[in-house]
Design a protein around this ligand. Structure first.
Ligand code: NAD
Length: 269
């Protein structure tokens, strides 16, 4: 594989499982040194296993425990990474979770927890990344941009999701967070984009695909007729982080097999 991200330092949040783990491996295969972030001691082993796969494939990185919803922890993670590697070039704002509930029963704790990780966590990490990109500026031998932020959003930044109002609100919020930062910092050659996954096989949604009946029902929502895999997201992340997408900022790239085409409205078949 061509090393389009050679010499660049990437922080991937929530990287001990699912999409974050997959994206970490894809970025490392493209030459980036990857900080495999995970939130708590209980996720350390899984993060080490992701890093072991990266190094076994010839890549490089470290694991780093940090709860992205905690300001002091996020600031320490960026400071430690800059102290170790000199800078950060790519932020993959991926950490996210669900606490689902019928709206009338949703507790304030469920609301705050999801917004705290999914939206505030992306704000805190993006702010530290922007500060570092502004401090460092462009390093032409690494990238034409002064830094790249990729926010993991969802098709639910545009598709409403009853029973998941906290999650959908967090993803709708990410859309405007991403666009606003992209607008503010384009003059500084900082690019900010989102990936909007559809249904990707990971632990967060296993009940939606882990039986044949569940997968059949899920496929009714996916015109391309297959459930996504983390490599689909990894390829998009490498492209958005590389100079191949140098003229792209403020955009959500949906990687969803057509889920946002509202297949229920098709009159064909
Ligand atoms: P996942 O549960 O495997 O991954 C989420 C990761 O976030 C976990 O590794 C978890 O440890 C980490 N995390 C949770 N709280 C954290 C915190 N406070 N600080 C740091 N890390 C924390 O699920 P996934 O599907 O890989 O989800 C990754 C992202 O992709 C999420 O933002 C999710 O909303 C988004 N997404 C997933 C799908 C899908 O179909 N799987 C679809 C759309 C969007």
């Amino acid at each position: 594989m061509e090393k389009k991200l050679a010499g660049q330092i990437a922080i991937v949040t929530g990287a001990s499982s699912g999409i974050g783990a997959g994206v970490s491996k894809s970025l490392a295969a493209a030459g980036a040194t990857v900080v495999v972030n995970h939130p708590v001691d209980a996720t350390a082993q899984a993060a080490e296993e992701v890093l072991a796969e990266i190094t076994a494939a010839g890549g490089a990185g470290i694991t780093y425990r940090c709860d992205v919803s905690k300001e002091a922890e996020v600031q320490k993670m960026f400071a430690d990474v800059v102290a170790k590697y000199g800078t950060v070039d790519i932020l993959l704002n991926n950490a996210g979770l669900q606490r689902d509930s019928p709206f009338q029963d949703m507790t304030l704790d469920q609301w705050n927890f999801v917004i705290g990780v999914n939206l505030t966590g992306q704000f805190l990490c993006a702010r530290e990344a922007i500060r570092e990109f502004l401090r460092r500026g462009i390093v032409p031998e690494r990238s034409r941009a002064a830094g790249k932020i990729i926010c993991m959003s969802s098709v639910h930044e545009v598709i409403p999701w009853g029973g998941h109002a906290n999650y959908a609100a967090s993803k709708g919020g990410i859309m405007q967070l991403m666009k606003s930062i992209a607008q503010e910092f384009a003059p500084y050659k900082i690019r900010v984009n989102s990936i909007g996954p559809g249904a990707i096989k990971t632990p967060i949604n296993h009940q939606a695909w882990d039986t044949p009946a569940a997968e059949k029902k899920l496929l009714e929502l996916i015109p391309y007729n297959r459930v996504g895999v983390v490599e689909d997201i990894g390829a998009a992340a490498v492209w958005l982080a590389s100079d191949d997408s140098d003229y792209i900022t403020g955009t959500t790239l949906f990687v969803d097999g057509g889920m946002t085409l509202y297949p229920g409205f098709s009159t064909n078949g």
